[in-house]
Design a protein around this ligand. Structure first.
Ligand code: NI
Length: 135
């Protein structure tokens, strides 16, 4: 089994708040991430696929094919978008990195079934979420 990772970037804006909380509670829970007019991040996503390399090609997964899938599934949907408003799959969710990672996992799994091992979403250099499809 060989694990191969591909990275991709996208930029998006969001505001972290729960409409069921009042303003004071949203400020308390989410702090400056609850800024009313939003704030942006340059996200980096790393997607790891697993498998035995094909004996004929030596490849676990064709990386140009993987890049195409990430462009279609992730960049087309998330890049230069407002994560509170523009992404149908995020509706009703607080757009934290945790929830973004879960949505991306679900979408990628449909294209990479059985080969997807883990994803890591860097919201900043210091805030990184990892998801492996459990829970
Ligand atoms: Ni943020």
């Amino acid at each position: 089994m060989v694990y191969v990772t591909k990275g991709i970037e996208f930029s998006a804006t969001h505001r972290l708040f729960n409409p069921e909380f009042d303003d004071a509670k949203n400020d308390r829970v989410f702090g400056k991430c609850n800024n009313r007019n939003g704030h942006g991040h340059n996200y980096r996503l790393e997607v790891t696929v697993k498998g035995a390399p094909d004996p004929a090609t030596g490849m676990t997964f064709d990386l140009s094919e993987l890049r195409k899938i990430l462009e279609e599934v992730v960049q087309a949907r998330f890049d230069h978008k407002n994560l509170n408003l523009d992404v149908a799959e995020m509706k009703g969710m607080v757009p934290t990195a945790e929830n973004i990672a879960r949505v991306i996992w679900k979408l990628l799994e449909q294209r990479l079934s059985g080969k997807l091992d883990r994803i890591r979403l860097f919201e900043t250099q210091n805030n990184i979420v990892e998801y492996r499809g459990e829970g």
